[in-house]
Design a protein around this ligand. Structure first.
Ligand SMILES: [Zn+2]
Length: 141
């Protein structure tokens, strides 16, 4: 607490997120897809350096769920690094400057925006109809 933060010049974060690896054949596009939740979990834990409890609270999920999401993110990033694949977040069509409010499905990984989404308001997955749906919120960058 009370730690002073210095102003730093940072480049604006991308509106859409797509990390492209160097590839020998430019026509050969191969990528791993990160969900918004996975991207956000890494940002909170490793970029903002919140602890696991704070990160889970920010995302509105339990700690075990947060831990699973983070693990999956690590596995995908590791795969991309080792196999030289691109990294794409949610098909590359999420506006990261604007933030995101909606839900994510633990069963099929579907994520969808919902203006009215909240921790209290529960809904089923529109894709697989699972009830294992978590509230997903991420701050604008
Ligand atoms: Zn689903």
């Amino acid at each position: 607490m009370g730690r002073r933060t210095r102003m730093r010049h940072v480049k604006s974060p991308p509106i859409n997120f797509y990390f492209q690896s160097e590839r020998i054949d430019p026509l050969l596009v191969d990528f791993v897809g990160l969900t918004v939740a996975e991207f956000e979990a890494m940002r909170l834990k490793h970029y903002i350096s919140l602890n696991q409890k704070e990160s889970a609270e920010k995302m509105g999920v339990s700690q075990p769920t947060f831990s699973r999401i983070l693990d999956r993110a690590h596995q995908k990033i590791t795969q991309a690094l080792i196999e030289g694949k691109d990294i794409r977040v949610h098909g590359g069509n999420i506006n990261f400057k604007r933030g995101f409010k909606g839900y994510g499905c633990l069963n099929c990984n579907e994520e969808w925006e919902d203006e009215l989404a909240s921790q209290e308001r529960r809904t089923d997955c529109p894709k697989c109809e699972s009830e294992k749906v978590y509230y997903l919120v991420r701050e604008p960058l």
